[in-house]
Design a protein around this ligand. Sequence first.
Ligand SMILES: *[C@@H]1O[C@H](CO)[C@@H](O)[C@H](O)[C@H]1NC(C)=O
Ligand SMILES: *[C@@H]1O[C@H](CO)[C@@H](O)[C@H](O)[C@H]1NC(C)=O
Ligand SMILES: *[C@@H]1O[C@H](CO)[C@@H](O)[C@H](O)[C@H]1NC(C)=O
Length: 427
Amino acid sequence: MRLFIVISLSFLGITGSPGCVHQMTTRTVQSGGSVTIPCSYSISGKRDEDVRVIWGETDQEYCSSATAEDTIISHSGNVIEKYKGRLYREKDPNRNRTEYITITRLEPTDVPRFCCQLYDIRYGHIFEDSRLATLLQFPGTEYITQLDEVMAASGGEVIIPCYYSKDISDITNVTWYFADRETNDCTHTRIQEWSNTHQYDRYSLVNFTQDVSLRIHKLHVNDERSYCCVISTSTTRATLKSEQFTRLVVAEYQSSWNQPTNNITLQEGHSVTLPCSYTLPSDQYTERDVLRVNVYWRVGNVTGPYAYHPYQKMVHSTYRHRTSITEMTNLMIMNVTKADNTSFHCFVVVKRCAGDYQYDDDIQYGGGTRLIIKEYFTEPSEPPQMSSFGQEALVLAAYVAVKFFIAVILVVLGCVYGRAKNTKRST
Ligand SMILES: *[C@@H]1O[C@H](CO)[C@@H](O)[C@H](O)[C@H]1NC(C)=O
Ligand SMILES: *[C@@H]1O[C@H](CO)[C@@H](O)[C@H](O)[C@H]1NC(C)=O
Ligand SMILES: *[C@@H]1O[C@H](CO)[C@@H](O)[C@H](O)[C@H]1NC(C)=O
C-alpha cells in the first residue's frame, strides 16, 4: 500500500526531483561488529552543492521522507544520542554523489533498517529517499541472503547463490521466482519449485538440500532479470522469502575474449597490476547518471573462478586477501605464484539511473591479460625478466639521471656566465 502511494505520488510528480536514490536491501552483520552501508544518487533539477545525504532508521520495509523524527545523522553531522561515538559517515573519494555510513558496536536491539535520504539545505527539507531501507541481518535469526548482483557471459552457465541462515537440511521445498524490479516484489513470476534435484529445462538447484542456489544452463542475454529465492522448512512450515533479490547481468559472449590483449612477464613472489578499462557510452548517459560501478576479475577464461569480486566470499580461496582493485578497475595481485601462470579477464558492470527509480545495468568486457610467471631459480643463464614495475623503475631512474645532468649543465653555464659578467665589470 505504502509503496503504491509512493509510486502514485511520484507518478504525479509530487515527491521531489526525478532520479534515483540507491542503497542495498540487506547486510549480514555480527553482534558487536560493524557495518558500512553505501548510498548513491542521481537527481536532476537540484544543484550538487544544495544536496546533503542524511540517514534515518525505521522498523518499516520502506523509507518515508515525510518523517524527519527518526533521523540518526543530520545534514550538519549531528548524531543522535543512541549512536554517539559509533556512527561515522564519509564521502566516496572516487565518485561524486556516493556516501557511506559506518556503524560500529552493533547490537541486535538497534532498529534493524536504515534509510538514505536527500536533504535540500536551501529549502531545509528532505525531498527524496531510497524507498527501500537496508535491513541488518544478525546471526541466530532466520533469514535468506542473496547477492544483489551476479554477472555471467552468454552460452555458459551461472549460479545464483541463496544462503539460509538456519539448518539447511530442514528445507523441504525451494521455489525460485523472477522478481519485479520496480515494485521489489520477490514472488512476481514463478520459475520452478523443487523438492528434489530435478532439472527443469535449463534450471536446476546446485545440490538439494546442501545448496539450494539456482543454476542456469546455456545462458542467454534474455536471462538478464531479477531472481528471488523462497524456501519452506519442515520445522516452521511457513515460507521464508529473501529480502534481497539478485540482478543477473549477462554479457554477450565474444570469442575474441579468449585472446588476451596484454602479456606481462614477471618472477614468482613479485606483485603486478593488470589493466582494465571501460568507457561510458556517452551518447546514452553521462557520469551523472552512474550509481555504481562493480568490477569482476575472472581467472583462466571468462567463466573461470573469481580473482576479484565485490563480495570477498565469492573470491576463489587462492586469491582471497591477495588481490585488490587500484584506480577503480585495475587488479593488483601480490606475491604471484606458478599457479598464476594463466590469463585474467575483467568485466565492469555500470549501474545507472535510467529514469525515476528505474535502473539499467551495462556490462562491458574490460580486457584480458596473460601473466607469464618465471620461476625463481630455474633459468640462471637468461637475463632477469623485468615486470612492468621494474621497467617503470628503470624509466624513472633514466628520467632522474637526465634531469640531474641538465641541472648540472645549467649550474655550470650559470657559473660561467656569472664569471664572464664579473670579469666584464672588473675591466
Ligand atoms: C565530481 O564533480 C566535479 C564537479 O562537478 C567534477 O569536476 C569531477 O570530475 C567529478 N568527479 C568524478 C569522479 O566524476
Ligand atoms: C574455463 O575454465 C574452467 C576452469 O577454470 C574450465 O573448466 C572450463 O572448461 C573453461 N571453459 C572454456 C570455455 O574454456
Ligand atoms: C607458464 O606458461 C607458459 C606458456 O604456457 C609456459 O611456457 C611456462 O613454462 C609456464 N611457467 C611456469 C612457471 O609454469
